[in-house]
Design a protein around this ligand. Structure first.
Ligand code: ADP
Ligand code: MG
Length: 724
């Protein structure tokens, strides 16, 4: 059998596959949130007093009154069982960016041997998963081995339908016995509380009588690739690392942009419909879907929601994308850079803050009061990015996102803010003190001062900025497609809390001096911009000039790799930030550094081993076999006296040799284990192992271009990207 038999068979299967017939999409009203135990369902199934109490808990984020827990649990169980669920699961979000579940049956065996279905308030409120398999960064070594999960009442329970049946899923926090956060949800909830507290003070100082709880909102655009499972199953790299470690660029890539504007292929469209139906049942407002720039790449974006719910929903979207792909014979790749030389996948985190009394605080308003409020919150964001840009970088640092940041069409690893020409001008004027006080048409009225007016939909989009203002929100474009959005949201909320706290204190002391409010606002914002305007950048973030200017002239940090970025978590000012906002204790922060750095090192080690395995067991044998055929043919020709160029033999032989030499270097390099520190080991991964892997790849990809295609064992880029 020839070496490419698997590929040939895969193509055959794909081309002849029976298409899943398009279903008539179900009526949205019929299925919307049918699998969610939401307020409506609680209202119809709970006694009035209990419903009132739980509703209050959900709105205020206070703790659930234990005396109503049994009543809620019974209603929830009855609802779940009526929908066929026999199991329930506490769902939690460990530090690994994954979603974890502990399943239990409702069934309980009584003393008399009879079984009843049992699900008490206690079980609803608290679970005890075997937490030992989740990384804790040393927290539980120093404290207690047990970990607990507890229902986050602000995120509704839902039913997950899989081929194995239905399960009632309860979104929970995951903490150690001593209360340390072992997950991403606890710090997210704390960051929202910190931001609310600081925002409340500022809004009160700005003269608002009534100030409701301030929350942050998130709408995350998710990019992903679909590859046929017949191909993916023949690529150990896709299976184990989620990306291709080798692969020659196809003659045609994304140059024509024909994928972006093209129609969604029918097979993919049927898949998307299935995904959407599933999401609608789960009450997830999936809204936009389209092709992305790269062939085989797509995007799904839900309508924005409160950050905590959006974060849980985002995890569910990733789960549903992957599960549904299997049903349709696809593999859904969420890796940031599955194919070298082709656009990567990000997760654009759209983020804003607001409440029910003042509305979206990042939306410029119509009145002088609203304009001033907007500028204060926007200023707070600018200060946050300037002070904590390196932390934002650390929040998106993973081995896989390193491939994307700074690569084609992806934001750079230097954090800056894009405001749009108009808003940038407004802040520039505040900084230079050149706000005019003559009222004219088309100006932004601040009471005392007038500034150029802002058109609502800032048309000028800057796609090269990692963090851009887009009219009424900021878009954090550097987040990785594989990541939980909780990490970036925690950082954004926390840095905003810190900035609002600073602004609140400064405003207060100005007002205490008797300064008029509007003058005080301008004074504080002027001071803020004098200190922090270096982070505002409207130019081309991809350009080399910016990389130089950002670092040399503006003093911004360029942290190209995860190895450079994660140590930021150990800096004293970062520890201070998290401690004073009560988002993470020093122990909790240290544990995050441990977990994230370990994951970084592990992923690079796994990939290195895979490179070696694939070269030795797949690529080299193919090259040798081809060489032997080639050389025997050519020597027979030469024996016959035919002139024949031997260069093709030399080329393949030389490439194979160089490939094996580079592989040997990599083998030797991964054997090193004596490192003085985690930082040193991460640097070793970034500066020694990664480049060696790339070196091997260069030779492999060149070989792919030299060898008879029937000898090539791996599905090619061309096949994976273009055959659906
Ligand atoms: P684009 O591709 O142009 O960036 P999309 O429409 O694909 O925009 O996605 C925009 C995302 O931003 C959606 O998830 C949307 O719900 C979200 N969004 C819109 N307004 C806000 C807001 N005020 N706060 C947070 N997210 C928002
Ligand atoms: Mg976007």
């Amino acid at each position: 059998m020839s070496r490419n038999a698997g590929r040939v068979q895969a193509v055959h299967q794909i081309v002849n596959r029976e298409l899943m017939p398009p279903k008539t999409p179900p009526c949205l009203e019929d299925i919307w949130a049918e699998n969610v135990f939401n307020l409506t369902k609680m209202q119809s199934s709970l006694p009035k007093a209990v419903f009132k109490s739980i509703k209050k808990t959900i709105v205020t984020g206070e703790e659930l009154d234990p005396s109503i827990a049994d009543s809620v649990a019974t209603a929830m169980r009855d609802w779940a069982m009526s929908k066929g669920a026999l199991y329930y699961a506490h769902v939690f979000y460990p530090m690994t960016n994954l979603t974890a579940e502990k399943h239990d049956g409702f069934i309980s065996v009584q003393g008399d041997g009879n079984t009843i279905s049992e699900f008490s308030g206690k079980v609803l409120i608290q679970g005890e998963p075997d937490g030992s398999s989740f990384p804790n960064g040393g927290i539980r070594d120093t404290f207690e081995a047990r970990g607990y999960t507890g229902w986050d009442v602000t995120s509704p329970a839902y039913i997950m339908e899989t081929d194995n049946g239905a399960t009632l899923c309860i979104p929970t926090v995951f903490v150690s016995w001593t209360g340390e956060a072992l997950d991403k949800k606890v710090p997210l909830l704390r960051s929202i509380a910190a931001m609310d507290k600081a925002a409340h003070k500022v809004l009160t100082l700005l003269g608002n009588d009534e100030v409701a709880r301030v929350n942050s909102s998130c709408g995350a655009e998710q990019e992903y690739f679909l590859v046929d499972a017949n191909f993916a199953s023949q690529r150990p790299d896709l299976l184990l690392a989620g990306r291709t470690l080798f692969g020659k660029a196809p003659a045609k890539g994304q140059e024509f942009d024909d994928h972006y504007f093209g129609a969604i292929p029918e097979r993919v469209q049927v898949y998307m419909q299935d995904v959407e139906a599933m999401l609608y049942k789960l009450g997830i407002p999936a809204k936009t879907r389209h092709n992305e720039v790269a062939p085989g790449q797509f995007e799904i974006a839900p309508f924005f929601e409160a950050a905590n719910v959006a974060s849980d929903h985002q995890q569910l979207i990733m789960t549903v994308l992957k599960h549904t792909a299997k049903k349709h014979g696809f593999v859904c790749l969420l890796h940031e850079k599955p194919f070298a030389g082709i656009n990567g996948s990000g997760k654009h985190v759209n983020w804003s803050v607001g409440n029910s009394t003042q509305g979206n605080l990042l939306d410029p308003g119509d009145s002088p009061h609203e304009n001033a409020q907007f500028l204060v919150f926007c200023g707070a964001v600018i200060r946050g990015v300037h002070r904590y840009g390196p932390l934002m970088r650390a929040a998106i640092a993973t081995a896989s996102n390193d491939h994307r940041l700074g690569a084609n069409e992806a934001p750079p690893a230097i954090m800056s803010v894009y405001l749009g020409t108009q808003l940038e001008e407004v802040f520039e004027q505040i900084k230079t003190g050149s706000v005019s006080d003559s009222k004219q048409k088309g100006v932004m009225d601040l009471g005392v001062a007038v500034l150029p007016t802002l058109t609502k939909d800032a048309g000028d989009r800057n796609r090269t900025s990692p963090f851009a203002f887009t009219g009424n929100r900021f878009e954090f474009r550097a987040v990785g497609s594989n990541q939980s959005v909780a990490g970036p949201l925690i950082v954004l909320n926390t840095m905003l809390a810190d900035s609002l706290d600073w602004i609140g204190n400064r405003l207060e002391s100005e007002l205490d001096k008797g300064t008029e409010l509007n003058v005080a606002i301008i004074t504080v914002l002027k001071e803020l911009m004098e200190e922090h305007s270096a982070v505002v950048f409207g130019g081309n973030g991809y350009s080399e000039e910016w990389h130089k200017m950002a670092v040399d002239e503006r003093g911004l940090e360029n942290l190209p790799t995860t190895a450079d970025a994660l140590p930021v978590l150990k800096k004293e000012y970062i520890e201070d930030l998290f401690e004073k906002t009560s988002v993470l204790t020093p122990v909790e922060l240290a544990s995050r550094f441990e977990v994230y750095s370990e994951q970084y090192i592990l992923s690079i080690e796994v990939e290195s081993k895979l490179v070696i395995d694939m070269v030795k067991t797949m690529i080299y044998p193919a090259a040798v076999e081809y060489l032997s055929q080639l050389s025997s043919t050519i020597s027979s020709l030469l024996d016959l006296g035919v002139t024949f160029d031997k260069e093709s033999i030399t080329t393949v032989a030389e490439l194979s040799n160089s490939m094996m030499q580079a592989t040997a270097k990599l083998s030797e390099a991964i054997a090193k284990h004596d490192f003085a520190s985690t930082d040193e080991q991460m640097q070793y991964c970034a500066t020694t192992l990664r480049p060696l892997m790339d070196e091997v790849r260069t030779h492999v990809d060149a070989l792919e271009g030299e060898i008879d295609d029937t000898f090539w064992p791996l599905p090619t880029y061309q096949e994976m990207l273009f055959i659906k």
